[in-house]
Design a protein. Structure first.
Length: 184
């Protein structure tokens, strides 16, 4: 790993301001071909939840902890796992900004339990979150997600091609439309 990172430096740009460069001492290079493999090796010993109600979901650098069940049973188990996870993150020097973490309580009820905690700090409840490109709202209606996709679709000026008034015939161009949609 030392040769992989040796000589690599980074700087942070905020608007037109650029920080001074610092050496990269740990981590994986974002955008590199071997980066995802090295990251998976690095986190391979992450502790799994001990109960069947809580699941750890990892994909690239997207991480989610999901827990199901009655809130009075679920929340203690979830907080117990988040405490274990926090210790693992500290041990392996992986920094997680608890202020950027989100918690969503999926329910139709209005009353929600106390929020879960990471590093003994509450992760405030949100009405929605985005995970792996999907917007999940607390009632699982997917309304916001569908609206976002619709906006992107219209912005890409694709609607005239397949909309209600399209000149394209689905019968005559079936193979064309099938391959066209496979590329989206």
């Amino acid at each position: 790993m030392a040769t992989y990172l040796r000589g690599r430096r980074f700087a942070v740009r905020v608007g037109s301001n650029l920080s001074s460069e610092l050496a990269i001492n740990a981590g994986v290079v974002q955008g590199s071909k071997i980066g995802p493999v090295l990251f998976n090796i690095y986190v391979s010993d992450i502790s799994s939840p001990r109960n069947f109600q809580t699941r750890l979901c990892l994909f690239a650098d997207g991480t989610a902890v999901m827990s199901t069940g009655e809130s009075n049973d679920m929340m203690p188990e979830l907080n117990n796992y988040l405490e274990q996870l926090g210790k693992w993150l500290i041990r392996w020097k992986i920094k997680v900004n608890a202020d950027k973490c989100q918690a969503v309580y999926f329910t139709r009820r209005r009353k929600v339990p106390d929020p879960p905690k990471l590093y003994r700090r509450a992760i405030n409840w949100s009405k929605e979150t985005k995970y792996l490109g999907v917007t999940l709202d607390s009632r699982l209606t997917y309304e916001r997600h569908v609206n976002n996709i619709n906006k992107k679709f219209r912005a890409a000026k694709m609607y005239p091609l397949i909309g209600r008034n399209s000149k394209l015939s689905l019968r005559k161009n079936y193979s064309y439309t099938r391959s066209f949609f496979a590329q989206l």
